[in-house]
Design a protein around this ligand. Structure first.
Ligand code: HEC
Ligand code: HEC
Length: 244
């Protein structure tokens, strides 16, 4: 089922290398007292804390204004990062920084990030638990929810994103993501405006009518988040053939 796509594979491999570097870097301090002095020195001189904790502080200063302090964004067009996977996050940060994925606001930020930053921010994002959407003013439309559910099965979205839409590794969580952002992303994959880091999404949506993409965005945005205390007001329910 997997096919080799040149540049996509490179991006994936690059991201994997970046992440692997983190694990190694985090183990290093304990045993670096003697040998790794020169490298440790540059990190130590600024007395900057390293690891996810320091990136938590930097996230608060640099990212939270748009993405929300807990990773749940309130801004139109700005994705929720809470519950997102670090491997997915790093690939997207990489695509933004390299100018392959483009958005005025996000590209400007990504251009300033070093490889260590890509790692650090992605790891921090990976620690943010999923946050359910605020209770909706109106309950989900049962007919739209069941249509969305049917479409997601028909088009095998669940095959990659999971029955719970929680994703994993390089496949993003889409459950509880902002509807406007989901809609724009799906339309973007279809029109070619948003590049994938693999061809997976482009192939998945190429034959799907835009109306159906919008219905799936509606559905995924209202999908109850597994493992979180979803307020019943925002959960699809009451006759809305609850997604399972
Ligand atoms: C000025 C607002 C703004 C700031 C500041 C910002 N972002 Fe973003 N970010 C966005 C927008 C808007 C998008 C969606 C762009 C698009 O639709 O292509 C995005 C997308 C992303 C994505 C991809 C999410 C996905 O689901 O594909 C990641 C990861 C991300 N941002 C991380 C960060 C990090 C880390 C920082 C801080 C270093 C940051 N952002 C700062 C606005 C911002
Ligand atoms: C073969 C696996 C696969 C299938 C099938 C698939 N996806 Fe994806 N999806 C991915 C991957 C991988 C990404 C990450 C995008 C990239 O390559 O950069 C993604 C990204 C997305 C995004 C962007 C999320 C974000 O945070 O930016 C949305 C929305 C999405 N998929 C929805 C769907 C829907 C709806 C379907 C069914 C029509 C679907 N996907 C089918 C693998 C898949």
């Amino acid at each position: 089922m997997r096919r080799a796509h040149g540049p996509a594979v490179c991006a994936a491999a690059f991201a994997a290398v970046l992440l692997a570097g983190t694990a190694a870097a985090q183990k290093r301090p304990a045993d670096s007292a003697s040998g790794a002095a020169p490298r440790a020195a540059s990190a130590a001189t600024g007395a900057k804390p390293t690891g996810a904790a320091s990136y938590g502080q930097r996230f608060a200063g640099l990212c939270a204004a748009c993405h929300g302090a807990n990773g749940r964004s309130d801004l139109p067009g700005t994705p929720v990062l809470a519950g997102q996977h670090s491997f997915y996050a790093i690939t997207q940060l990489f695509l933004f920084r390299e100018g392959r994925r483009s958005n005025e606001a996000m590209t400007a930020v990504a251009k300033t990030l070093t490889n260590d930053d890509l790692r650090g921010f992605s790891e921090f994002i990976g620690t943010l638990p999923p946050v359910p959407p605020p209770p909706a003013a109106t309950p989900p439309d049962p007919a739209k929810m069941s249509k969305g559910r049917e479409l997601a099965r028909q088009h095998k979205c669940v095959f990659c994103h999971g029955d719970d839409f929680a994703g994993g590794a390089q496949v993003p969580r889409i459950a509880g993501q902002r509807e406007d952002y989901l809609r724009d992303s799906l339309r973007g994959f279809k029109s070619g405006q948003r590049p994938g880091y693999t061809q997976a999404m482009i192939e998945a949506v190429s034959q799907v009518p835009v109306d159906d993409l919008d219905t799936m965005a509606y559905y995924a945005a209202r999908f109850p988040l597994a493992g979180t205390a979803t307020p019943s007001a925002s959960a699809p329910r009451a006759g809305a053939s609850a997604p399972r």
